[in-house]
Ligand binder design. Structure first.
Ligand code: ISL
Length: 541
């Protein structure tokens, strides 16, 4: 039986960059509510909201100080209730971000824990330090070591992310009970599930120093361990199973086998995961060491995961990744063609597709010229680290342009007005608007039937009406540096999806009746135009 979350397409909103309703330059919840008609017109059935909880905002809301309160910069709990109600009226479900590997150090739990006030004493991972030094040699996700000495407690706390994101201690049984009550709070309010932030690193089995690695020294002590599986199982048993909802885990550094263990239905853990393998095909080890994009490697990675899991989340963008049209397509001469091709690719894969805000317009990477225009804590940490290591400014800046998370975080481009309709024309947006909003914006694209936006809308409707695309098996036909081709089959029906990654026309050995063609052609003669995407019904040459 197909579940609702296997039929729908999810749209990710990064609230601070989506729509400002009060002219303070920061997106907010009433802004989101005011754009629900837009989402409905596009055809999405689920919205994943990146964090809107109370937070000092050091990591843009992924540093939470109260899981059951809305941050005033985003609005009030009434605004949230209105959003839920209005979304429901449009058959749109809302999924929240569950960030429970860490809390902000401003969270009351941390404030009490550092003062050893029960029951919070052991809510975090505290260590005395070794001979006046840090407790171990681990390194974190944001390019710094993982320990901060806290004067009040007289001990170090662990943080795998920013300094103000202290890791929770799942060896204290109270912690998981707190998480359960947070989940119940939101599910009872009517949310339909959770995107679970870095969910495969929750459980740390030891705090021993370990072999030095280029990235994430210590990771064997927390990546996808049995203790994490046990936590996921318990959350499913005690909370999630009582609601009509789903979970999608953000799981970094997982193999297909580990992926299966996290989300195969009979395991009773997550419903699907975001894997990162295809996002790592244009880098060496870490994204800061860029490797020339190879469509072949992208295609092979996608194909591997298509067949590895019973069900998966599929995505090309999110708030941590550069824009797909700039990264995998051509954001200059073939902007529209490649944005449409990536749309076909995403929406023809097996699994639940996720569209990141602005992807449906082909929004591009930022057009900034200097480091002062960036906001992201990770980018700033890495820039500092690279500087310390002796990388010249020009090289560091090139890395930022390629890989900074702010590429995805520029404000949504609604119109060609100053500030792109994201906020009032005279306001100062929290992060600069891309000047290409004069050309790339929702208003213009909605008025143009040949636009990227219209193509997304058409593909969404096509997928919704196609059991083959929703339920069919996936078979890889070709993954080269020019072409990604695969078929989907269901109940005796077969479709062939062809995606060109090439700036020239190419001849391909496939024929058939056209279902969708990004160049709006009516017959397919075996020649794919630059970045063209075609879906054919049956038939091979
Ligand atoms: O972007 C990354 C590194 O360059 C990723 O490793 C990212 O940090 C990782 O996928 C975890 O991301 C999630 O948790 C972070 C938060 O900053 C990200 O925005 C979130 O998606 C910590 O909560």
């Amino acid at each position: 039986m197909e579940k609702w979350w296997q039929q729908q397409v999810v749209y990710q909103i990064y609230p601070r960059s989506f729509q400002d309703s009060n002219g303070d330059g920061m997106g907010d919840i009433p802004g989101i509510t005011s754009r629900l008609d837009y989402l409905q017109a596009l055809g999405v059935g689920v919205v994943w909201l990146s964090p809107v909880y109370a937070s000092p905002g050091d990591d843009n809301g992924y540093d939470i100080s109260d899981y059951c309160a809305i941050d005033p910069q985003f609005g009030t709990m009434e605004d949230m209730d209105t959003l839920l109600q209005e979304a429901k009226a449009r058959n749109i479900r809302i999924v929240m971000d569950l960030v429970v590997n860490h809390t902000s150090t401003s969270h009351e739990w941390f404030q009490k824990s550092r003062r050893r006030i029960p029951p919070y004493t052991d809510y975090y991972i505290w260590q005395p330090g070794k001979n006046g030094k840090k407790p171990n040699n681990w390194t974190g996700f944001f390019g710094e070591d993982c320990w901060v000495y806290d004067e009040i407690r007289g001990e170090y706390y662990l943080h795998l992310f920013a300094k103000s994101q202290a890791d929770l201690n799942y060896h204290d049984a109270n912690v998981i009970e707190e998480v359960k009550s947070v989940m119940r709070f939101w599910l009872d309010k009517g949310v339909s599930g959770f995107r679970c932030d870095v969910i495969n690193v929750l459980y740390k089995d030891s705090l021993a120093s370990s072999r030095k690695r280029l990235i994430l020294t210590g990771r064997e002590h927390y990546l996808t361990l049995p203790g994490t599986h046990a936590i996921l199982h318990e959350l499913r048993r005690d909370v999630l199973s009582g609601y009509d909802c789903f979970t999608v885990g953000e799981t970094c550094f997982v193999t297909p086998k580990e992926g299966r263990d996290l989300c195969e239905p009979e395991r009773g853990e997550l419903d699907m995961i975001f894997n990162f393998e295809h996002m790592e095909t244009d880098q060496y080890f870490v994204k800061w060491f860029h490797r020339k994009f190879s469509p072949r490697r992208l295609g092979e990675a996608l194909a591997r995961w298509q067949t590895a899991l019973t069900w998966s989340a599929v995505y090309l963008e999110n708030h941590d990744q550069p824009r797909s049209v700039s990264r995998f397509g051509d954001d200059g001469r073939f902007h529209d063609e490649s944005a449409k091709m990536l749309c076909t690719l995403l929406l023809s894969l097996r699994g639940t597709p996720y569209i990141y805000q602005g992807q449906e317009l082909g929004m591009t990477n930022f057009d900034y010229t200097s480091m002062d225009q960036l906001d992201d804590v990770e980018s700033k940490n890495i820039d500092r680290l690279l500087k310390r290591l002796g990388f010249p400014a020009a090289v560091r800046w090139r890395k930022m342009r390629h890989s900074s998370r702010d590429n995805a975080r520029t404000p949504m481009q609604w119109t060609d007005a100053p500030n792109a309709g994201f906020t009032t024309p005279d306001a100062a947006p929290w992060l600069g608007v891309n000047a290409n909003h004069a050309r790339i914006n929702a208003q213009a694209q909605m008025a143009d039937e040949r636009s990227v936006w219209h193509y997304y809308k058409e593909m969404l409707a096509f997928r919704a009406a196609s059991p083959v695309l929703r339920k069919g098996d996936f078979t890889l036909l070709a993954a080269t540096d020019a072409l990604f081709a695969f078929s989907r089959s269901y109940a005796g029906e077969r479709m062939i999806v062809l995606c060109s990654f090439c700036k020239e026309a190419q001849t391909v050995p496939y024929r058939g009746e056209i279902c969708i063609d990004s160049y709006a052609k009516s017959t397919f003669d075996g020649v794919l135009q630059p970045y063209e995407a075609v879906i054919l019904k049956e038939g091979e040459a």
